[in-house]
Design a protein around this ligand. Structure first.
Ligand code: PRP
Length: 209
């Protein structure tokens, strides 16, 4: 039997993902996230875990290099890859919001939106039927309205602290987000029983069963 490879997003979701797997009886090494290793083999579980930058998780899963992935819905919406989203893991809860300085100029002909999510933002404004100029940034998005680089940001808001401490306000909540389990379309057929076992074990913990 082939090992199932799971691509886990490094960063803010990883700790909770490891906790969830352990609660589901899938014994990931406790110190996994303290090491610099990127691949972890769990032969007794027939599993292999790879630690991947969040935006790369859907890529590893779409290509089938990883059978399963754990990644935020924000990343899935931006990457828009061909894969199955099978489970809402109900952690990493946050939202996409448009935000900026409190004295928003309604008269702007075209909004300048800074974001780590340019593709999602482009689709959002297309749906709104509003013209937009999108500026792709890689982090600290809240700086953009403060420095005059953009008038609006589209970003994830979790506690709201970053907006608050930088004097920014939410203009519009766009949608709720959370971590998701995704599966490669071919793996889902070929390794159905192993993957279903993982999904069922995680679901049981999530639903508190
Ligand atoms: C994210 C996001 C916000 C912040 C929101 O940034 O881009 O800046 O967290 O969280 P809050 O509402 O709880 O304050 P992240 O920490 O991922 O770092 P980044 O700025 O490098 O993207």
């Amino acid at each position: 039997m082939d090992n199932i490879c799971i691509a886990m997003a490094k960063g803010r979701l990883a700790k909770q993902a490891v906790k969830l797997f352990r609660e589901a009886g899938i014994d990931l090494p406790e110190d996994m996230l303290d090491s610099r290793k990127l691949i972890f083999s769990l032969p007794e579980e027939n599993l292999e875990i790879i630690l991947v930058k969040p935006a790369d998780v859907p890529i590893y899963v779409e290509y089938g290099t990883a059978d399963v992935g754990i990644v935020g819905k924000d990343t899935l919406l931006e990457e828009n890859r061909d894969l199955y989203e099978v489970l809402d893991l109900k952690f990493g809860k946050c939202r996409f919001a448009l935000a900026g300085l409190p004295d928003r100029k309604e008269s702007l002909l075209q909004r300048k939106v800074a974001t780590k999510y340019p593709d999602f933002t482009r689709r959002l404004f297309k749906k709104k039927g509003e013209p937009v100029e999108i500026i792709k940034l890689n982090g600290s998005i809240e700086l953009a309205p403060l420095t005059g680089l953009a008038d609006t940001i589209l970003d994830i808001v979790q506690t709201g602290r970053t907006l608050d401490e930088n004097g920014l306000v939410v203009y519009e909540n766009i949608r709720k987000l959370s971590a998701r389990l995704v599966v490669n379309k071919v793996s889902m057929k070929i390794n159905q029983s192993e993957i279903t076992k993982i999904i069922d074990a995680l679901e049981k913990v999530i639903e508190g069963g």
